[in-house]
Design a protein around this ligand. Sequence first.
Ligand SMILES: *Cc1c(COP(=O)(O)O)cnc(C)c1O
Length: 339
Amino acid sequence: MIIDLRSDTVTKPTQGMLDAMMSAQVGDDVFKEDPTVNALEEKIANMFGKSQALFFPSGSMANQTAIKLHTNPSEQVICDKYAHIYNYEAGGAAFNSGVSCNLLDGQRGMFIANQVIDAINPDAFYYSQTSLVAVENTTNKGGGACWDFNEVLKIRKVCDDHNLGYHLDGARIWNALVANNETALQYGEVFDTISVCLSKGLGCPIGSVLVGDDEIMKNAIRVRKIFGGNLRQVGYLAAAGIYALDNNIERLKEDHDKAKEIGAVLSQLPQIKIVEPIETNIIIFELNTDVDETAFVQNLADNNIKIIGMGGGKLRIVTHLDYTDAMHERLLGVLKGLK
Ligand SMILES: *Cc1c(COP(=O)(O)O)cnc(C)c1O
């Protein structure tokens, strides 16, 4: 048994999901004639209370499209130094939209309204014009941390006061909703655009969706086309998304519970300096300086347990749909044996 905890993207579709995919009704999405894509887009738009939703092959393409819709070349996006849009989208914001990022020094990928206020450039011709604030919930590099919704609201106010767009990279928003008993609707009310992933905790093989209201989304489909994301009979993939929304959201709590149990064991190990707070399905921990990281990871690999390094001496474990109770038992056993 291989226990792959490198990411929640390693899951494979379940039989139920495959059945839903294979029986999907499809059509050419360019003519907006794929009924399953249309149903998925309508379902997610309704969940977030937005008038529009658009299906994307990846979360990066959805985020990059949002940045393009909110900005003009030479302008600036405010985001955390850990942000996926800055770190893990291959410099796409600069390449696709010609914008720079003003990186905030937040905590676990999250910042506060006052930091945003300080980061907005004055209205002088020699400054880049600030046009967008981007938030990530849960934070990826921040270890699955969840935002305080009150801060999210305060930043909305700052955006209103300064005429800035407000985007949520909600790749793992489902985890935040489950962990904090929040609703998609409350996020939809606050953000102008939200990207969500179906291929992380929800277990789809592919798929993201960008939601927003008519005005901001007017050009979304054109931008997706420009970015090479034109789609045809992808109802087979959208069907996986619908299945996941119906079946795989509430169960995220199981991933969160398992993550907390793993964290509790990790924090007892002499090799480990610190386990970051665990709020959802991501565990980030640091080894003591005298412990060799490569050897630690290799030792787990020799036990058929795969985890991943995050750089800077940090290691990451992510729980997910394919991480079974049996795997959990075995992992905890192996970890306890490291003492
Ligand atoms: C996974 C992820 C994305 C999207 O990544 P893709 O690999 O392009 O699907 C975006 N934001 C965050 C925070 C993510 O974790």
